[in-house]
Design a protein around this ligand. Structure first.
Ligand code: FES
Length: 642
């Protein structure tokens, strides 16, 4: 038979093929991005293409309305089982060339299909995970050919998928014999980096999942994703159980240092919590734990070290040496995580002793290194991790803000949870407050507020509420630029009352009675000054102000940029260009899960980032002191005036 010309769109790849060649084979020979898990058996449906006249099916049945060329029994079986194909669609593996053809590969049939991850600016990533599924038919053992099951599996991978010299570790080989026999010598293999078998499932399997884990000092989040589509099938979160060893990072490090076996206890606690979250996510998404074939992990340096079982003691003091800073791979089972037997956990690189894999993940998600604008990215947690730069150069630092922004160290502070005051306004004339509570849509002076909050009640003030209270107290003249509560106002309003030698502002008459003390104002001043000074140090290094500010993390999502700026937490910037990125660390962990090139990218970027250690920077102290005032003594905030 004569050769027929075939053009694939959208790639434009073309070639001549003998009549009867399947479209999947033609695509493979040309290097066209056309997916297949079942290897052309007409089961997976990943190879769907749109074809015009000029194609036929191997075992032609009859012409189908809306479908070019005759229909095959295999396609019929597929449609009977999985529902109809869109008009014009065919299974590429079942459709053969019988004339000159133009074949369109729709986005959902491309291996490297692109998805859009939402963030401040949308980032498009290609789905190209390190682990992919391949269905193989393995030769049965036979007395005349005494080769092993694994040898025959290797042969099948080589013959059917062109995979040379596949490997597997003992835990995976242990599952091999059963899987091959249970599937009648058809098995689906999860292959990592085109080489290592990390799981073998009997028969035909279509779903492979991955989990991205963000270990924060307060909360742990896990995202279970479909590795083929990139879709997040479940997002779950839990408190970090290490809290019982200390609220903030340094108290946990000292627990590890003071108590023999303390680091192992902390490691054990966090690993159990991660494993429980994996179980919860798998149950929610209705997938088996064994279907999880790859994981990624991010966290600040101390969380990163503890989760991986590395001693965090060195991070407790200068020179803050990390055990390892590059991307790091370890078998999931070594961390006590029950997933596919050979699955790995990839931990993203740490940038510096104080700037962790979470900041690397934020960088990956926000991509300041690809930006023409100067971007300031602030992740506020127990420490503030700051990245500043553009495609020319990025700088990173961490600032010792302490946990005040999270509500700790503040007398009426609490975590963001139902019952917490999150929004505050103070009347400039009467000094009377109004506030909004998490879990209640009403302001405190609106009718129905008391009834609406009767069940949960007001319990405290969370981070964003504290920021707004402080800024409003300043704007109302209750707190001076130096951070002093004005006691003379006690004569005018019962909202200001003396407490010892200082004064307090009564935010809620109660119950519970919530007071803002002078010490609370100081704690916020210290935290915001540390954050501001850290950012300012990096800005001075680059010699130019930011074009855009991104607030990452849960706290960044709650906080109102106007108040952050009014308080002088963040430097001046066009308010329209101050945005929240939500959990950008979690997004970065998902990108590294779904796209293998992203791992090389962030390892390269993390190494290239210039690290600035605030603790030894001579300028930091001066900047810190100058930043104590509200909003700031020496810097102008022209955008606030607008
Ligand atoms: Fe699986 Fe065509 S390759 S259905």
């Amino acid at each position: 038979p004569s050769d027929r010309r075939v053009v694939f769109t959208p790639s434009g790849k073309r070639g001549a093929f003998a009549e009867g060649t399947s479209l999947l084979d033609a695509a493979r020979r040309l290097g066209v991005d056309l997916d297949s898990v079942c290897g052309g058996r007409g089961i997976c449906g990943r190879c769907q293409v749109d074809v015009a006249e000029g194609a036929f099916a191997k075992h032609a049945l009859e012409s189908r309305e809306g479908h070019a060329g005759p229909w095959s029994p295999v396609e019929q079986r597929y449609v009977d089982k999985r529902g109809p194909l869109p008009p014009g669609r065919r299974l590429g593996c079942q459709t053969r060339i019988c004339g000159d053809l133009v074949v369109d590969v729709p986005a959902e049939s491309q291996v490297h299909r692109q998805i859009v991850l939402k963030r401040a600016e949308e980032r498009v990533i290609a789905i190209d995970p390190v682990v992919r599924l391949h269905t193989v038919e393995v030769r049965q053992p036979d007395m005349s050919d005494p080769s092993s099951d694994f040898r025959r599996l290797q042969e099948a991978l080589e013959g059917q998928w062109g995979v040379m010299g596949a490997t597997a570790d003992a835990a995976v080989v242990r599952t091999l014999q059963k899987a091959l026999r249970a599937g009648g010598w058809t098995a689906t293999v999860a292959l990592r980096c085109d080489r290592e078998v990390v799981a073998i499932y009997p028969g035909f399997v279509l779903a492979a999942c991955g989990v991205a884990i963000d270990v924060g000092s307060t909360t742990i989040a896990a995202y279970l994703c479909d590795l083929a589509t990139g879709e997040t099938l479940a997002s779950v979160g839990a408190m970090n159980p290490q809290i019982r060893f200390g609220e903030d990072l340094m108290s946990r490090v000292s627990y590890a240092m003071m108590n023999p076996g303390g680091d192992a206890e902390l490691t054990d606690a966090v690993r159990r919590a991660i494993d429980a979250l994996i179980g919860e996510a798998a149950a929610q998404a209705e997938v088996a734990r064994e279907a999880i074939v790859e994981l990624t992990l991010v966290g600040n340096p101390i969380m990163h070290h503890l989760a991986l079982g590395l001693d965090p003691a060195e991070l407790g003091g200068a020179p803050f040496a990390l055990a390892i800073d590059g991307g790091f791979e370890v078998k999931a089972r070594e961390l006590g995580l029950a997933v596919a037997p050979g699955a790995y956990v990839y931990a993203l690189p740490c940038i510096a002793g104080h700037v962790g894999a979470d900041a690397a993940a934020v960088t990956l998600a926000e991509a300041p290194h690809e930006s023409d604008e100067l971007r300031l990215i602030v992740d506020v947690g127990t420490n503030a991790e700051i990245v500043y730069g553009d495609r020319r150069l990025c700088l990173a630092a961490s600032s010792p803000t302490g946990p005040a922004f999270e509500g700790a160290q503040i007398s009426c502070g609490q975590r963001a949870a139902p019952g917490a005051i999150e929004r505050v306004r103070i009347d400039r004339a009467t000094l009377e407050p109004r506030f909004k509570v998490i879990g209640c849509d009403l302001w405190s002076d609106e009718p129905g507020f008391a009834e609406a909050t009767a069940l949960s009640g007001v319990t405290g003030v969370c981070g964003s509420g504290i920021i707004e209270t402080m800024a409003e107290l300043f704007l109302a003249g209750v707190v001076s630029a130096d951070g002093v509560l004005d006691g003379t106002l006690a004569a005018r309003t019962a909202r200001v009352e003396p407490v010892g030698r200082t004064f307090a502002y009564v935010l809620n008459e109660g119950p519970p009675r919530l007071l803002i003390y002078q010490t609370d104002v100081r704690a916020i001043q210290l935290a915001k000054a540390a954050l501001y000074a850290g950012a300012k140090l990096l800005i001075e290094r680059r010699g130019a102000p930011p074009d855009r500010i991104t607030l990452a993390g849960a706290f960044g999502a709650q906080i109102d940029p106007v108040y952050a700026m009014a308080l002088g937490m963040i430097p001046d910037c066009d308010l329209d260009r101050v945005t929240s990125a939500g959990n950008a660390a979690g997004t970065g962990a998902r990108i590294a899960l779904l796209n293998r090139a992203a791992r090389a990218e962030i390892e390269r970027v993390a190494r290239a980032i210039e690290k600035v250690e605030t603790a030894i920077e001579p300028d930091f102290q001066a900047l810190f002191v100058a930043a104590m005032a509200i909003p700031h003594k020496t810097d102008a905030f022209p955008n606030l005036a607008r």
